[in-house]
Design a protein around this ligand. Structure first.
Ligand SMILES: Cc1ncc(COP(=O)(O)O)c(C=O)c1O
Length: 441
């Protein structure tokens, strides 16, 4: 840790003081030989597990062939094979094309460039509590000021923000379904009061908020949004960097909502631990930038492409979508009991194996329990479980466990999480408002 502090820039965050020595499946071992059940998966990058055998096999075979020629100099088959595969698995019954990049943020930047090139319009609409990365446009699209934006101004122009369907803390003070999806319908109002529809290139959204706290919008939200977009010739971009690759119970979360985005961004778990990201979308949209307008030296590195091909095959072969739903159900069964037992557990967010608990000091005022959230994270890693927090208010415990986790490992981790909640709730009295009982019945 001393060497890290001496040599590595302070701004690079670490959620735990665990220094990794090796990792396998859902287990991380540290340099002192301690074993941890990993519920973070390197922030959602290990859906197929650490060092998954099919990934290692394809990577090792590629290591014997070539590491880098640059697709823009001497193209190679793994890039094309991955593009073909993504064109098949990304939702949308229309011809598609794919562009590959190195990171989620880089893919976000490129999706915006592609949308602007196609529509010849400047404006982008994004959401409260969104996270799209740390590069200049991605940071501008990101919502949370500290630590992501403050001090890094000025931001990019022509970016407008509207409330997301964060029903637990509705921006309009309404309740679903009586709200009649005011937040989604507000988009039409934005075109009158903030930015003209004909100036808007795209709306970009995470199907389920990631860093924002794992809120999943209610049925109808995305249908309404995409319908309004289509009406005005605005592209809909789904940022599936965190929600993608079987995490929510389908290959991509858009499938859960029955929507077909014009552009879909994937990254994180796509590479099975190696850095790779993609933008996949309508062929005519993807072809809008001129030759050389999009690209990058390392984008679609062949070793990472081989890893991604193995990942997509593994999702199918090992039925990881079904497994994500099973894990989600197993968590829900337990978390619903915690919600009654521990007053600090305000609500449960997410879908499939993308799950989170929002911790509050009072179920009446919903005051965020941010310090307690950090205590839970600390308790967990001190007792052999890696968890991470999230949320604009820093009061969400989120779970991104490898989908290859066994039931025994999962239950062991849940026992620790329960003990952590117990340790921070001593002294509280349990009350669950009726609204919450209904919401999670
Ligand atoms: C939804 C979403 N978009 C974009 C990003 C940025 O990805 P990266 O960290 O690979 O640049 C993230 C990272 O957490 C994310 O969750």
């Amino acid at each position: 840790m001393q060497r890290r502090q001496q040599a590595v820039a302070r701004g690079v965050f670490h959620a735990t003081p665990i220094f990794a020595a090796r990792a396998e499946g859902a287990i991380v071992e540290d340099v002192d030989g301690n074993r941890y059940i990993d519920l973070a998966g390197g922030i959602g990058c290990s859906n197929v597990g650490h060092r998954a055998a099919p990934v290692l096999k394809r990577v090792q075979a590629q290591l014997e062939r070539y590491l880098h020629t640059c697709f823009s100099v001497a193209p190679y088959e793994p890039y094309i094979a991955l593009a073909e595969r993504l064109n098949q698995v990304v939702p949308g019954k229309f011809p598609k094309k794919t562009f590959l990049a190195n990171s989620g943020a880089e893919a976000v930047e490129n999706a915006i460039k592609i949308a602007r090139a196609y529509t010849k319009r400047p404006a982008i609409i994004c959401f409260d509590d969104a996270f799209h990365g740390r590069t200049m446009m991605a940071m501008t699209l990101t919502s949370k000021t500290h630590p992501y934006k403050a001090g890094f101004e000025p931001f990019m122009s022509d970016v407008y923000r509207i409330p997301y369907a964060y029903c637990y803390r509705c921006s309009y003070g309404l309740k679903y379904p009586a709200c009649e999806l005011s937040c989604a319908r507000a988009l039409e109002d934005v075109f009158k009061r903030v930015v003209a529809a004909e100036s808007v290139a795209a709306v970009i959204a995470e199907p389920i908020l990631g860093e924002g706290g794992f809120m999943a919008p209610p049925p109808g939200f995305f249908e309404t949004l995409t319908m309004i977009c289509r009406k005005h010739g605005i592209l809909f971009i789904a940022d599936e960097v965190q929600t993608g690759i079987a995490r929510t119970g389908t290959m991509f979360a858009c499938e859960q909502f029955g929507i077909e985005p014009d552009l879909l961004i994937a990254a994180k778990s796509l590479g099975g631990g190696l850095p790779i990201a993609s933008v996949t979308g309508r062929a005519e949209v993807m072809d809008a930038p001129g030759v050389g307008g999009i690209g990058g030296t390392f984008g679609g590195n062949p070793v990472a492409c081989e890893a991604a091909l193995a990942v997509l095959q593994m999702v199918e072969d090992e039925q990881l979508c079904g497994r994500a739903s099973q894990i989600g159900d197993r968590f829900l069964a337990r978390a619903k009991r915690w919600q009654i037992k521990f007053p600090i557990v305000g609500t449960i967010h997410g879908m499939g194996a993308m799950r989170a608990m929002e911790l509050v000091r009072s179920k009446e005022t919903l005051q965020p329990a941010d310090k307690e959230t950090q205590q839970v994270v600390k308790y967990c890693y001190e007792h052999g479980v890696i968890t991470i927090s999230a949320g604009t208010y820093g009061n969400v415990i989120r779970l991104l466990m490898p989908l290859v986790i066994s039931d025994e490992q999962f239950d062991e981790a849940m026992n620790v999480l329960e003990a952590a909640l117990q340790s921070v709730t001593a002294g509280y009295t349990a009350t669950v408002p009726d609204s919450e009982k209904v919401a999670h019945a």
